[in-house]
Design a protein around this ligand. Structure first.
Ligand SMILES: NC(=O)c1ccc[n+]([C@@H]2O[C@H](COP(=O)([O-])OP(=O)(O)OC[C@H]3O[C@@H](n4cnc5c(N)ncnc54)[C@H](O)[C@@H]3O)[C@@H](O)[C@H]2O)c1
Length: 290
């Protein structure tokens, strides 16, 4: 599959990272978002992310311009008609995603793979909104997309072998990431394990065992984690972590997935982590720790 033109639907935390990574791999990216304000913000955030790489001498100004020129912001899904692969990364809500897939199914040609970045929803239910569910697959990227090399390739009940093989080939040969095969299950491997880790850190915080700073230091210094669990939660988005735990709690029916009270309180207060500037720690507008 020679994919040169990729559609990305949803320009939030993950859509920004996926669009930047694809453009850095030399692909033409059509980034569709229904909120004009968020679309503008997303392009600005991608620019900031590229600037940080320039500061570290990992990128030149000319390369930044090339990458940004490959990203085409779109207000309408219709603009994705000529894409050879579309990756959906809208809000984690089944009805919203099914509506997007029904539209993509109508707009895109029959050979186009339609991928979802869902973390916890049923791929089979998402795919059933399309007339050809066999060409729908999960491509679950890990945050931060430009720094992580894994994609969980999620098979719904009707995902065909051909779709899986084409998605794996794209993952490994075009964007040079490791693709692992997972079968539909809430949270797959990565979200299931990392959310439990974060939730346990929240229980440790609630019980007064250690401060947020020291919990994160323990895991960074003791186990060489790049970020501690609480900063990781801030970077994922506390609303995303809460929604993931709630869904896994409902689906598996096991108490270990019950979200901590402190997480619920933070989300209700609008402290969502990096995207709101405050979570367990404070961040500037570029997402750096204050
Ligand atoms: N945040 C993470 O760490 C993470 C990691 C892996 C996967 N995911 C998954 O990625 C997806 C997106 O998560 P996020 O954290 O980026 O969410 P987000 O809330 O930051 O972004 C979602 C974006 O989708 C847009 N959107 C909603 N409906 C739309 C529509 N119909 N058409 C176009 N745009 C639409 C919203 O305006 C928003 O900008 C979810 O499925 C989530 O489970 C998230």
């Amino acid at each position: 599959m020679d994919v040169r033109r990729v559609g990305v639907v949803g320009a939030g935390t993950m859509g920004q990272g996926i669009a930047e990574m694809l453009a850095a791999c030399g692909l033409d990216v059509h980034l569709a978002e229904h909120s004009a304000e968020r679309l503008t913000h997303a392009v600005a955030m991608i620019g900031l992310s590229l600037d940080k790489q320039i500061e570290k001498w990992a990128l030149t100004e000319a390369e930044k311009r090339l990458i940004l020129n490959r990203i085409h912001p779109e207000n309408e899904l219709e603009q994705l008609a000529g894409c050879e692969l579309v990756i959906e990364t809208v809000t984690e809500d089944l009805d919203v995603k099914r509506a997007v897939f029904a539209e993509l199914d109508r707009i895109c040609g029959p050979d186009v793979i339609l991928a979802s970045n869902t973390s916890t929803l049923s791929l089979t239910e998402i795919a059933s909104a399309a007339s050809r569910p066999e060409r729908v697959i999960g491509m679950h990227f890990v945050y931060p997309v430009i720094k992580t090399d894994l994609v969980e390739l999620v098979r719904g009940l009707k995902t065909s072998d051909e779709t899986f093989e084409r998605a794996k080939q794209f993952t490994e040969e075009t964007i040079h990431k490791k693709g692992i095969m997972v079968f539909e299950s809430p949270g797959f491997v990565t979200t299931r394990l990392i959310c439990l880790f974060i939730n346990e850190a929240l229980h440790v915080l609630e019980e007064g065992v250690a401060s947020a700073e020291d919990i994160d230091s323990a895991m960074r210094t003791g186990y060489s984690f790049q970020h501690g669990p609480l900063e990781l939660a801030d970077r994922f988005g506390l609303d995303f972590v809460l929604a993931s735990l709630e869904r896994m709690f409902r689906e598996y029916g096991e108490l270990k997935y019950r979200p901590s009270i402190v997480l619920k309180k933070m989300v209700r207060a609008g402290s969502l982590g990096v995207k709101s500037g405050t979570g367990f720690f404070k961040y500037d507008k570029d997402g750096d720790r204050l």
